[in-house]
Design a protein around this ligand. Structure first.
Ligand code: SF4
Ligand code: SF4
Length: 108
């Protein structure tokens, strides 16, 4: 998934490198390798690969990263990467045993 590109020049991801402590957490949590280390701080290398999952911003201890997240499908992708849902990119059954619609998935 490292080379996937979404719409160009629309990602809301931004970063204030003056706040970066260089901990490297954003590199660890980003599923699309958007960041690279540049000396003692991280740097956005491929903004167009960002799917706005929000993991980097949520985990950055210094508040250096800003992104408008909240896309439910991104949660499903991350859960599948983490091996949840049996590795399936899915937010769960959309119908119950009787076939009736059910909520409770990330989109429901
Ligand atoms: S998580 Fe935040 S502080 Fe750590 S390297 Fe990334 S931007 Fe810098
Ligand atoms: S929002 Fe998600 S995909 Fe985008 S840079 Fe942060 S961790 Fe990577």
């Amino acid at each position: 998934m490292g080379n996937m590109v979404y719409l160009k020049n629309v990602a809301t991801l931004s970063m204030d490198t003056t706040k970066c402590s260089g901990c490297g957490l954003c590199l660890d949590v980003c599923p699309h390798n958007v960041f690279k280390m540049n000396g003692k701080s991280a740097k956005i290398m491929d903004r167009d690969a960002c799917m706005e999952c929000g993991a980097c911003s949520r985990n950055c201890p210094t508040g250096a990263i800003s992104v408008q997240s909240g896309v439910g499908c991104a949660a499903a992708v991350i859960n599948s990467l983490l091996g949840r849902n049996g590795g399936e990119c899915c937010c769960g059954p959309q119908t119950d045993d009787s076939g009736a619609p059910r909520s409770g998935g990330c989109c429901g």
